[in-house]
Design a protein around this ligand. Structure first.
Ligand code: GLC
Ligand code: CA
Length: 547
């Protein structure tokens, strides 16, 4: 019975899916402790189903001391108490199934928590059976932690240093040790047997590290490890696997996602997300986005994956600032710009990901005090930059624009206290604009950002051209408009987006057409005469053309 069912699943179902990402801590608190939880998620599955997303990516809910909000795992097969129990988790998997929603989990295996029994053992003595589960050296080298400072921490009990590419409480696993790899695969199979449909692989491009040669990302054995993982776990099971790969170029993206290589379904690449920082500097060093840069980078990735491999499409996640406040307009054009950005992305080829709150156009809170930004990365950076002599004002500005906390304020459900997220004081401050920006209001307004996303998802499900059509950039040098077309046989989609608040003129010669109609727009009465099309602020239209 089970086998026939699995047999019927299409191998690349994830090419036609839309993923909704949940950051459990900030989604919905069901038991009044100020922290989101699994039962809170279960209560909102109907909402996700209404949106139309058919995959749910759940950020880590495993047992963890929560130094990095669950990305520091102390037991991979237990659920963190604050999120619920294994029974709740099984319930969630079941309730997703009932609604035709597939669940993918976060796989955090570059490092564990320092409270994980493997590390507790490892640090006991140099000849402990788990010593080589981690990376120990007599002397540190120049490698740095992504959360600031050296990547090496001294451990007095054995007089050696261990490697940590994130916080000291997140020691790096030693992937060169076959026992580590076997233990990870065993754990992955545990979750696959529980009925999950895939993994989002946290900083997976670091597992091939060769610290003695100063190699952090994209180490020489990375792809061998992934091939081995594929064979030993999800390979034959048609799961969705997506690697988080900050350093991926299109060439590297192919190494992961070309089907013949049998590694992953796709990766998250971050090239667009680096366009608004000063080159060679950290993302806190702000720079205005140049639209042409964005067109070039998006187009490069669209074209490089035209015939093999696969793209993911995203503007947001729990590590990125919110797109409306970042590249849209969180003032008078909030809804228009949120819809424009959604249209621009969801018209492309790849699997779209929506991060909680994006579908209602949530914005940055712009809190005035550093105390309202609890993230460990933000806190470390703040202290380091104060010490380095930056002005408080400049640092706070960067934080209000770029901190990961911007994505982590609690989900805004309705007008009730704390935005309906919790009836007690939440772990992190709610954005005060929850009185107007919330799910309740979105559902009540047929023109809301929510329904725009719902329509984009429905269109993708309805029309194969969204998944299969080729991509071609139009009018690259237009300073305000991002336009492109998708082509499949005699069908075309034309996506035209005014990226800014000023109106803009776009001119397009369609050639011979049998039929043109507006599939979706963020304004009423968008014209179908495109010889000279005057776009209103942030106007975004998808046309369907038959030739
Ligand atoms: C990834 C996660 C991030 C986490 C880091 C360390 O980048 O998305 O939230 O802090 O890895 O696990
Ligand atoms: Ca709770």
């Amino acid at each position: 019975m089970r086998q026939t069912k699995e047999f019927m699943i299409e191998k690349d179902w994830w090419k036609r899916s839309v993923v909704y990402q949940i950051y459990p801590k900030s989604f919905l608190d069901s038991n009044r402790d100020g922290i989101g939880d699994i039962n809170g998620i279960i209560r909102k599955l109907d909402y996700i189903q209404k949106l139309g997303a058919d995959v749910l990516w759940l950020c880590p809910v495993y047992q963890s001391p929560q130094v990095d909000n669950g990305y520091d795992i102390s037991d991979y097969t237990q659920i963190a108490e604050q999120y619920g129990t294994m029974h709740d988790m099984e319930n969630l998997i079941q309730e997703c199934k009932v609604r035709g929603i597939k669940l993918i989990m976060d796989l955090v295996v570059n490092h564990t928590s320092d409270q994980h029994p493997w590390f507790v053992e490892s640090r006991k003595s140099k000849n402990n059976a788990y010593r080589d589960f981690y990376v120990w050296r007599d002397e540190p080298n120049e490698l740095t932690s992504n959360f600031g400072g050296s990547a090496w921490a001294y451990d007095a009990s054995t007089g050696q240093y261990y490697l940590h590419f994130y916080s000291k409480q997140q020691p790096d696993l030693n992937w060169e040790n076959p026992k580590v790899r076997a233990a990870v695969y065993h754990m992955m199979n545990f979750w696959i047997e529980k009925g999950i449909s895939g993994f989002r692989m946290d900083v997976i491009d670091l597992i091939g590290k060769e610290p003695d040669r100063g190699i952090k990302e994209n180490g020489p054995k990375l792809h061998d490890y992934l091939k081995e993982m594929n064979r030993q776990t999800f390979g034959a099971k048609h799961l969705l696997t997506v690697g988080e790969t900050w350093g991926a170029t299109p060439e590297i993206g192919h190494l992961y996602s070309d089907e013949a290589r049998e590694e992953l379904s796709m990766v998250f690449q971050f090239e667009p997300m680096n366009l608004d920082k000063q080159p060679g500097k950290h993302r806190w060093d702000l720079k205005k986005l140049d639209l042409t840069d964005l067109k070039d980078v998006m187009t490069k990735w669209q074209q490089s994956f035209a015939s093999s491999g696969w793209n993911s499409l995203f503007w947001n996640n729990h590590d990125l600032p919110r797109i409306v406040s970042r590249w849209g307009n969180d003032g008078p054009y909030r809804e228009r710009s949120a819809k424009m950005l959604a249209t621009l992305l969801h018209g492309m080829k790849g699997t779209p990901y929506i991060y909680q709150g994006e579908e209602i156009g949530m914005t940055h809170a712009k809190f005035a005090s550093i105390d309202d930004y609890p993230d460990i990365e933000t806190q470390n950076m703040y202290r380091a930059r104060i010490a380095a002599g930056y002005s408080e004002q400049e640092i706070m500005h960067s934080i209000q624009m770029k901190a990961r906390d911007n994505a982590r304020t609690p989900m805004q459900w309705d007008e009730r206290e704390n935005g309906g997220f919790s009836s007690v004081r939440p772990w992190m401050k709610v954005n005060p604009n929850y009185h107007t920006i919330n799910v309740f209001n979105n559902l009540a307004d047929p023109n809301s950002v929510f329904y725009h996303y719902q329509k984009l998802i429905a269109l993708r499900k309805e029309k194969a051209i969204f998944t299969e059509g080729t991509y071609e950039l139009l009018d690259r040098d237009h300073p305000n408009v991002y336009a492109y077309k998708r082509v499949m046989g005699d069908q075309e989609l034309l996506v035209v987006c005014n990226f800014y608040e000023q109106s803009a003129v776009f001119q397009y010669d369609m050639g011979q057409v049998r039929d043109i109609r507006v599939l979706l727009s963020n304004y009423p009465n968008s014209p179908i005469q495109l010889e000279r099309f005057e776009l209103r602020p942030y106007e975004a239209v998808i046309y369907e053309i038959k030739k």
